[in-house]
Structure formats: structure tokens, C-alpha cells
Design a protein around this ligand. Structure first.
Ligand code: ZN
Ligand code: FE
Length: 261
């Protein structure tokens, strides 16, 4: 099969700690969660790229604020969650849907928890596997439960756990360092976490990006993926003052501890 282009993914920083991900393929580009349009316009112009599509993970303004401006200028399709609550979405998506943009296929996961409408996009091809998870999964953490339950979030993260270990994880915020501070407080004897945290401190001291992560790495260091870890469980039980009987309770306890950390 003739392969024409390499896919590469670039961060477009926005606001204080958002990343709008730009998936560049040939001289076209797909952007994920454009909360602001002006940094995207700058990126497209300076790299001489056409905007082929916009992908939206959930309704929060820091992920959607720029979509109308961009879609108006570039006349491109806007893929996002079902429901008519996000103005400008032209293709509404459901669990298991597959979309094709340029030559790239993306699989859709419904991942409620942070919001009820949250979805994630997964692409796997000759250039590797890529997960655009919005505010569901962060490196070393997960999204706050604004609309969904701990059970929603547990089931959403389960969908990611079964992806290939080498899958690159493109989270929508630079939250890694503060997540790892919390993770270390409940899992200090995790040697992977200690060394990753040192690496992240080093990157952040030079204001460098810590993403993408990988599914394999998150399974070793992210407390929301380590729900059966003894040290974490002990800390959850101390926090609750009682026994944890399942992984959803442990996720809920870790989430509450993190919210007040
Ligand atoms: Zn959000
Ligand atoms: Fe956000």
C-alpha cells in the first residue's frame, strides 16, 4: 500500500495550561478541542496548513470556545458529542462510531465522568496509536467529576486500559506535575512514580511540555489506574475510616482526596 504522509501531532498552547492538539497530515490539519481560535489561526498560517476538521471531546468552554470562528473561516466539519448543547457541531458521535478524516480513521469512545457528554478519539495506524482523551485522563490523574459519578469514570478509564501500551496519550491540560505531587503522597513507594516525577520536575523547570504520555506509563504511575495497589488502598481506607470493597469505591476515595489536596 502506498503511504503518502506521516502523521504528527503538535501542541498548540492556549489559556494558562490547555493544549489544543494539532494532528498534521501532509498539508492538512485536524485540531482537537480548540478552546481559543487565535492560537490555532497562528499555527495554521505559520505552517501553511489547511484545517480539515475539528474534533470536540466535551462542552466546556476551554475546549469549544474557538470552534465557531474556525469552522466559519475553514468551512470544515466539526465532530463532537451528541446532543444540541454545543453550537457548531456538524457530526454528532456515539460510542463505537468510526469517522474518517483525511486518510485517518478515528474510533469514538463515550467516556462520561468529568462531564456526561465526554467522548475520546482513538486512531491507530502505521504511524502508531494515538488517544485524544480531553479531560478524562491526565498524566498521573483524571478529570474532576463535575457531572458524572465515580462509576462512570471507572468505566471510562477501563476503555483506555485495554488499549495498546504504546498508545500515545494526548491530554488537554498540563496538569502532570501537580497530579504527581498528589500521587506521590498516596503512593510514595512506587519507584516508577518517583523516577517519572523527577523527570517531570526537570521538564517543568524548563517550562517544557510533559505530554504525550503512554497507556503503559499511566498503568504504572497513575493512581486512578492503580486501584488495587496496597499502599493506595491503605491510604483510601485511612481517609474514609472504613474498608474499601471494590475499585469504584477506591476511585471515589482517591478522587475526593485529590479534590482536597
Ligand atoms: Zn473540562
Ligand atoms: Fe478542560
Amino acid at each position: 500500500m502506498l503511504k503518502l504522509f506521516m502523521l504528527n501531532v503538535n501542541p498548540i498552547p492556549a489559556f494558562t495550561d490547555n493544549y489544543i492538539w494539532a494532528i498534521v497530515y501532509g498539508n492538512s490539519c485536524i485540531v482537537v478541542d480548540p478552546g481559543d481560535s487565535s492560537p490555532v489561526f497562528d499555527f495554521l498560517r505559520s505552517n501553511n496548513l489547511e484545517l480539515a476538521a475539528i474534533l470536540i471531546t466535551h462542552h466546556h468552554f476551554d475546549h469549544t470556545g474557538g470552534l465557531l470562528n474556525l469552522a466559519e473561516i475553514y468551512k470544515c466539519p466539526v465532530y463532537g458529542p451528541k446532543g444540541d448543547h454545543i453550537k457548531g457541531i456538524t457530526k454528532e458521535l456515539l460510542e463505537g462510531d468510526e469517522i474518517k478524516v483525511l486518510d485517518l480513521r478515528f474510533k469514538v469512545f463515550e467516556t462520561p465522568g468529568h462531564t456526561l457528554d465526554h467522548i475520546a478519539f482513538y486512531h491507530s495506524g502505521p504511524d502508531g496509536s494515538f488517544l485524544f482523551c480531553g479531560d478524562t485522563l491526565f498524566s498521573g490523574g483524571c478529570g474532576r467529576l463535575f457531572e458524572g459519578t465515580a462509576e462512570n469514570m471507572y468505566k471510562s478509564l477501563e476503555k483506555f486500559i485495554s488499549l495498546p501500551e504504546e498508545t500515545l496519550v494526548f491530554c488537554a491540560h498540563e496538569y502532570t506535575q501537580s497530579n504527581l505531587k498528589f500521587a506521590l503522597s498516596i503512593n510514595p513507594n512506587n519507584s516508577y512514580l518517583v523516577s517519572y516525577s523527577n523527570k517531570v520536575d526537570e521538564l517543568r523547570s524548563k517550562s517544557k511540555i510533559t505530554l504525550p504520555s503512554t497507556i503503559g506509563l499511566e498503568k504504572k504511575i497513575n493512581p486512578f489506574f492503580l486501584l488495587k495497589n496496597d499502599e493506595i488502598l491503605n491510604n483510601c481506607e485511612t481517609f474514609l475510616g472504613g474498608k474499601i470493597t471494590n475499585q469504584i469505591e477506591s476511585l471515589a476515595a482517591i478522587r475526593s482526596m485529590k479534590d482536597s489536596f
